[in-house]
Design a protein around this ligand. Structure first.
Ligand code: HEC
Ligand code: HEC
Length: 336
């Protein structure tokens, strides 16, 4: 299989090459060397790809703690960070924040203090090359009037009852998410969703407003969730700013209540299961009774009828078989 496949590919490749060189020689005079053009494209494309890759990486791994020009979140605003500290130091810090902090570096110590003791975690897949690309990205974004990493504009307007209700609807899936993300209730529970209470794959979100440190930082978190399950689920279906606003309103309100008690939920779940099971048994009973009348009865009647009709022949056959059986055994006995 592999061999024939290769042969086919090679033949195809040769064919393509032949066509390519024909194409090339025809246009060489007109446009200069097409190969040079190809080379240019070959150089340009990977760098574009890396650019997108770095943007994605920053969005996924850094944006929930840093803005560029949007003010501090858990970590400092990274706008013009290269003017505060040299690229070499920053690259070292990004690759291993803890070791720089532990080394007693004064600048790092001051940053940690300003971040209320949070030490920046190491980022997955960070290396020198990646750090270099990120520095370039931060420098480019810092020059812009409005960086794409400015973060959500979190308004200071007090949340309204309507906001909270809208958030609850988004949470329990009554309102569909604009970009097609999965409803939160599939994986999360809340204090006011009794009975089935929501999914248990993710944590209870009743007090997430406190856990994730308030409006701004929770909004930023939801804009680019960076955790193992949330990231893949929402990376290609990001929440809209309006949706985040409503959800955060709902979470702010719910933080006043205790977390949904998992044991009560479980009892409710059990009772509901029992009720369902009982209901199912009655339902089946009903269906089966119906089936007996509609399917079984004619069948049974048919059989009874046929027995009645052929009863005479059947009796004589039975007699014949019996007598044949006895005839068979008789000669044997005679042989013996
Ligand atoms: C969990 C939050 C968090 C995440 C995620 C995070 N950082 Fe940080 N970052 C911090 C904090 C907090 C500081 C301040 C230093 C400290 O306390 O460790 C910081 C400091 C920095 C600094 C130095 C800032 C300055 O003003 O000199 C840079 C640069 C930086 N982070 C880049 C990144 C990059 C790039 C990523 C993503 C790959 C990232 N951070 C992910 C929290 C975070
Ligand atoms: C496919 C399941 C799934 C869906 C759908 C989902 N989450 Fe999550 N969520 C998780 C899991 C699992 C975690 C725990 C961290 C992780 O693994 O990502 C989590 C963590 C979180 C956290 C952080 C909680 C904490 O205490 O740190 C927040 C906030 C959150 N989710 C909000 C939401 C919101 C809002 C929605 C709906 C718009 C949602 N999630 C939909 C699975 C899900």
């Amino acid at each position: 299989m592999k061999f024939t496949f290769r042969c086919h590919r090679t033949a195809q490749k040769k064919n393509e090459d032949r066509q390519w060189s024909r194409f090339e020689s025809r246009y060489q005079i007109k446009f200069g060397s097409v190969r040079t053009l190809g080379l240019l494209i070959a150089v340009a494309i990977p760098s574009l790809v890396t650019g997108q890759d770095t943007t994605d990486y920053f969005r996924a791994n850094c944006m929930n703690c840093h803005t560029i020009g949007g003010g501090r979140l858990t970590g400092p605003d990274l706008k013009d960070v290269t003017k505060r500290k040299g690229a070499e130091w920053l690259m070292g810090f990004m690759q291993n924040p803890k070791s720089v902090v532990d080394s007693g570096d004064a600048y790092a110590a001051k940053m940690v203090e300003e971040s209320r003791g949070v030490v920046m975690p190491a980022s997955p897949g960070m290396n020198r090359y990646r750090a270099e690309q990120i520095i370039k990205l931060i420098e480019a974004e810092s020059k812009l009037e409005k960086s794409q990493f400015q973060g959500v504009k979190v308004s200071n307007k007090p949340f309204t009852v309507a906001d909270r209700l809208a958030g609850r609807k988004i949470f329990n899936g009554t309102s569909k998410l604009t970009n097609g993300g999965a409803s939160c209730i599939a994986c999360h529970s809340m204090h006011d969703l009794s009975a089935l209470g929501g999914g248990h794959l993710g944590p209870d979100l009743t007090r997430v407003f406190e856990r994730l440190k308030g409006r701004k930082s929770l909004s930023a978190w939801l804009m680019a969730p960076a955790t193992a399950t949330m990231q893949p689920v929402f990376k290609s279906h990001p929440l809209e700013a309006g949706e985040i606003h409503s959800l955060v309103a709902y979470f702010e309100d719910s933080a006043k209540y205790g977390e949904a008690d998992a044991s009560t939920n479980r009892v409710a779940f059990l009772l509901l299961g029992l009720a369902l099971a009982t209901g199912t048994i009655f339902l089946f009973d009903f269906i089966w009774k119906g089936r007996f009348h509609s399917v079984r009865r004619p069948l049974v009647d048919g059989v009874v009828d046929s027995i009645h009709q052929h009863s005479n022949t059947k009796t004589s056959e039975t007699v014949a078989v019996t007598s044949l059986g006895s005839n068979d055994s008789q000669p044997k006995r005679g042989d013996a």
